[in-house]
Design a binder for this molecule. Structure first.
Ligand code: ZN
Length: 154
């Protein structure tokens, strides 16, 4: 499933990517594929009321990105896989690849290098990720979101 995020939903796209979801971001002026080959596998999240009536298009009301994640939760929930958490580049929406620790030594702070064993890198922008590289509010919030989501299923 592909979750296209329309203009003004760039932050939502980053949150979805952190969850491991395929979430391309369409900037203002760019057009969303008008006839995707497999429309059943594509959802468009938009803030544009003009586009809201189109098939497979969901109008997002909230402006706060965390509220937006909650708002689209019912659409993304079936596709959320805890094992996919942090497997996608937040900037490029590309699947990260696992790298040998030795290969990224010069790209991460020494302290990080010595305290972590698993590293991933983005084949597109070459940003290096590790557990804790997103240890910010967004990361913690999403971890909690995942836990709640899983618990509510059980
Ligand atoms: Zn990247």
């Amino acid at each position: 499933m592909i979750f296209i995020c329309d203009a003004m939903l760039g932050k939502l796209a980053r949150y979805l990517r952190m969850l491991g979801l395929d979430a391309p971001y369409i900037r203002q002026g760019e057009t969303v594929l008008s006839s995707p080959k497999e429309p059943a596998h594509t959802l468009v999240f938009t803030k544009s009321t003009a586009k809201a009536g189109r098939p497979g298009t969901i109008l997002v009301h909230n402006n706060d990105p965390q509220e937006q994640v909650l708002e689209v939760k019912k659409y993304i929930e079936p596709y959320v896989d805890p094992d996919a958490f942090m497997t996608r580049c937040m900037e490029c929406n590309v699947q990260l690849i696992e790298v040998r620790k030795e290969d990224i030594e010069s790209f991460v702070p020494e302290y990080i290098y010595h305290h972590h064993d698993e590293f991933r890198t983005c084949p597109s922008c070459h940003k290096v990720y590790w557990e804790g590289s997103h240890a910010d509010e967004m990361h913690l919030w999403l971890k909690e979101f995942l836990q709640k989501t899983l618990n509510s299923e059980a």
